[in-house]
Design a protein around this ligand. Sequence first.
Ligand code: ADP
Ligand code: MG
Length: 245
Amino acid sequence: MAVDPLIELRGVNKHYGKLHVLRDIDLTVGRGEVVVVIGPSGSGKSTLCRAINRLEPVESGTILLDGRPLPEEGRELAKLRAEVGMVFQSFNLFAHKTVLANVSLAPLKVRKRSKEEADRRSRELLERVGLLAHADKYPAQLSGGQQQRVAIARALAMEPKVMLFDEPTSALDPEMINEVLEVMQQLARDGMTMVVVTHEMGFARSAANRVVFMADGRIVEDRSPEQFFTAPESERAKDFLSKIL
Ligand code: ADP
Ligand code: MG
């Protein structure tokens, strides 16, 4: 793809104690691109996501978002975080708030939107994830798949430039996985820039522009899904694919 980079990592390294979790990571994610990150457990996928919105500081290398280095701290960092939407395995909705309130909270508090504006926009987003009818319910009244769709709407409410998904369907019962993947597919079709850690190979094949395969803190392969799934180059990837496909 013609590269108009939205995220750029150059020579990024990170340790946890003696464990070298990110090793010389070079990664560019273009605007509108969908990059699926796969790899064995412990290979550094979550740490990579957390580095991108600076939930984890890194030791060396540079990370640019839309051409600007990640700010160290303070207001600038808060602003950056608002530009990077994040959806985790555990949805962490506010249990004592309605679905609508969960989605409109950040726009109200961080973006300082009026209540009317935040509610209107939140209802649009709930419609987009197929949950407008549930706006006044509480999270516990929804299924896991529905809660995860609320979490996606909540992240979108900040109008992020990029969405990071870290195993968004791993905690879900099998029958709920597709409803979440469909929302993500639609988001991809709408042109959202996305980094998605997932073991859902169907999603990777149909939505990803690139598959990044990680092992032991390194990016071992970075190729089109077609190339990766039909002819993985590394033994690590071949071994990994033979176990999950
Ligand atoms: P993945 O998401 O690919 O499973 P992670 O990025 O979560 O991998 O973790 C990479 C490695 O770093 C693992 O060996 C993990 O145990 C270790 N690790 C992750 N977070 C921490 C932490 N906060 N402190 C110490 N070690 C950690
Ligand atoms: Mg992980």
